[in-house]
Design a protein around this ligand. Structure first.
Ligand SMILES: [Zn+2]
Length: 136
């Protein structure tokens, strides 16, 4: 995908440094869930997440670096849907990609299936269905 501006091995500090110096406004977190999990996702409710690889797509118009840093931190209050998934000890972020395209375009470019409708997509106006997809 030509929109991709950066692709990193997971080194949190270098990801954050690159985000600071990037014009990117959208990020994709590649997440591996080692075991099937039953999780409560805030007000969305309770869901079963099959083990596998997931992609979560989000954006931040300002402070993309701070947002990515927050996602990679384990010391935080649960606020966004993705926080509830990443709080699972079975979940780990294995890759972070940055894009200079709209988050919905990036999200729709990714394949995969929706596990939790409306996950991370409360503000979505592009009909994504979910901003979390399970790849395998
Ligand atoms: Zn969307």
């Amino acid at each position: 995908m030509t929109a991709e501006t950066a692709l990193f091995e997971l080194d949190a500090q270098s990801i954050i440094d690159d985000a600071i110096h990037s014009a990117a406004r959208t990020y994709a977190l590649h997440i591996v869930l080692a075991r099937r999990q039953h999780l409560t996702v805030g007000r969305l409710g309770d869901f079963t997440f099959p083990a596998g690889r997931y992609i979560y797509t989000g954006s931040a118009r300002k402070n993309l670096a701070a947002r990515v840093k927050r996602h990679l931190s384990t010391d935080k209050k649960l606020r966004w849907h993705i926080d509830y998934l990443l709080a699972s000890p079975s979940a780990s972020v294995v890759l972070v990609q940055l894009f200079d395209k709209d988050e919905c375009l990036v999200n729709q470019h990714h394949g995969g299936v929706v596990v939790v409708p409306r996950f991370g997509a409360s503000d979505c106006r592009q009909g994504c269905g979910s901003h979390l997809k399970r790849l395998s």
